[in-house]
Write a protein that binds this ligand. Structure first.
Ligand code: IPE
Ligand code: IPE
Ligand code: MG
Length: 244
């Protein structure tokens, strides 16, 4: 069991996951793509509970990208109604596990019903202190960065005050530590416009597992393997050892 192998003193603070492969999973079973999305909910529940179980502080799930709006209308609508029903049903799971819900992305683009369900769940779970679950919805990193620049210009921030810290404050992830680990399922090895600024030094972990089959033990495996890596941040190995 990978769970027992994890060094809980060296947990990443923040893990981000691109949940990919729902459509291919459904197709492999001779089902419609939507069935894959529906089945992905169980993977979300198990993974998020797993995150709380080990005490991960932040988990961000890429659930719907800006580019996903360009999918067939049928699929977009199905995803939006699934989102509404899932947020509604799973609020209990969040409360039971002491999890706080947050959302990043262009939330105003979502159907009104989604926005209100989301708002309600965020409000209901706001005292959750074990883990923060951040859903990336109608999110894309370039959208976020452009948005940040617009705000900076609007606030007439002077050039001398612009630095990495200030810029981070204008991103939707303000106040959230950068993810140390980014997981992507389904074998695709790309970023797809996700957290470009924030993952500058993240460890990337790709697995062939299709999202509907992903479970907490797979999260634990990724974290265990992350802990075996040496993060050098531009330095050399010997320098890191000196510190310890
Ligand atoms: C991920 O699965 C879910 C969303 C992007 C909403 P996909 O729907 O991308 O599934 P594949 O990649 O086509 O298999
Ligand atoms: C990335 O998956 C977005 C989400 C998981 C929400 P996609 O399936 O949309 O990404 P591409 O199109 O394969 O890059
Ligand atoms: Mg995909």
């Amino acid at each position: 069991m990978y769970k027992d192998e994890i060094d809980t003193d060296k947990l990443p603070q923040h893990v981000a996951i691109t949940m990919d492969g729902n459509g291919r999973w459904a197709k492999s079973k001779g089902k419609f793509r939507v069935f894959g999305h529906q089945s992905g909910v169980k993977a979300v529940r198990d993974t998020v509970e797993g995150a709380a179980e080990i005490g991960l502080k932040y988990i961000t799930l890429y659930a719907f990208s800006t580019e996903n709006w360009d999918r067939p209308k049928r699929e977009v609508n199905a995803l939006m109604s699934l989102l509404v029903s899932t947020i509604n049903k799973e609020t209990k799971t969040l409360l039971n596990n002491n999890i706080r819900l947050e959302a990043i992305g262009n939330i105003e683009e979502l159907p009104k019903k989604c926005q209100s369900e989301l708002k309600e769940a965020i409000e209901k779970t706001k005292h959750g202190s074990r883990t923060t679950l951040i859903l990336a919805l109608s999110y894309s990193s370039r959208w976020e960065i452009i948005n940040a620049i617009k705000q900076i210009v609007k606030n007439k921030v002077s050039e001398k005050n612009i630095n990495e810290e200030l810029f981070s404050q204008y991103l939707t992830t303000k106040g959230v530590p950068n993810p140390e680990l980014l997981i992507r399922t389904s074998g695709e090895q790309r970023i797809s416009n996700f957290l470009l600024w924030q993952i500058a030094y993240s460890e990337l972990y790709f697995t062939d597992i299709l999202w509907p089959e992903f479970r907490r033990e797979d999260l634990f495996e990724a974290i265990y393997k992350f802990q075996q890596r040496e993060r050098r941040f531009g330095k050399i190995s010997e320098q890191l050892k000196e510190k310890n």
